[in-house]
Design a protein around this ligand. Structure first.
Ligand code: GLY
Length: 253
């Protein structure tokens, strides 16, 4: 169960965020209202949401998942691989100290973004991507081992982040798309395959028994429901324009 989440309000400079999507420029007012809907959905599912002020220095800072990993006992402040996002970790120690008695830090030359980190029970999968390097992943694995957890790397070819292409839905179910559909590291899981035309929906999140799915991907939603999960959809169109998905918008623990 998750009881808490931390989110950050969208930066006033959101439209300057990194993007490879070719879907246009996000509309700030619409993004604000979608973000508010996201927060209220988390609250409806029993989550106590801490809302951080917008940080206008960093257009991508709404994607707070990338700057920390939150486990039960400890948190890790990452070191984003995107140079324009590196400063987003400023102030996170103070925020996390309110919730965790141990806070670890990824240091140079390591890079790691939370979008590349997926937890399944006591094991973590860590994507090696343009944003997360081997050194950063190795540092995280050493931290995990210190707390009795394990981790392994997953080499990504094209995906921005690991969780751009895969989400763990609990009960052994993995929602997978693209290059990860045939990845042998996930062969032991029950797979729900996301078709290419709905690949954005591979980033869905389990919140206390309900799967949050982005709005507009009915085939994926149907497949998730057929596997026995309740779903709830949220419109994230403005964040999609910046390659951001549902998981990117919060730290959940
Ligand atoms: N726009 C989100 C990212 O590229 O990290």
């Amino acid at each position: 169960m998750f009881t808490r989440a931390i989110v950050r309000l969208p930066s006033g400079n959101l439209k300057e965020g990194l993007s490879s999507s070719d879907l246009g420029i996000p509309e700030y007012e619409v993004a604000l209202s979608q973000h508010a809907e996201y927060i209220s959905s988390l609250k409806k599912l029993g989550i106590d949401v801490t809302i951080l002020q917008a940080n206008d220095l960093y257009p991508d800072s709404v994607f707070i998942e990338d700057v920390a990993i939150c486990d039960r006992e400890f948190a890790v402040i990452t070191r984003p691989g995107a140079p324009t996002r590196r400063g987003e970790t400023e102030g996170m120690k103070e925020v996390l100290d309110d919730f965790f008695s141990h806070t670890e830090v990824i240091t140079s030359p390591g890079t790691l973004e939370g979008g590349d980190v997926m937890k399944v029970n006591d094991h973590y999968y860590i994507g090696i991507s343009a944003r997360t390097n081997h050194n950063g992943a190795d540092q995280l694995i050493r931290i995990l081992n210190k707390y009795g957890l394990t981790g392994e790397k997953v080499i990504l070819e094209k995906l921005l982040h690991l969780k751009t292409g895969i989400s763990y839905l609990e009960n052994g179910y993995m929602l997978v798309s693209g290059e990860l559909a045939e990845c042998p590291q996930f062969s032991k899981y029950r797979k729900i395959i996301v078709d290419t035309h709905e690949s954005y929906a591979a980033n869905s999140i389990w919140i206390n028994g309900v799967i949050l799915v982005p709005e507009g991907f009915p085939d994926t939603r149907r497949k998730i429901e057929k596997s026995g999960f309740e779903t709830l959809t949220i419109n994230t169109s403005e964040f999609r324009k910046l390659d951001g998905g549902l998981s990117c918008l919060s730290l959940r623990f």
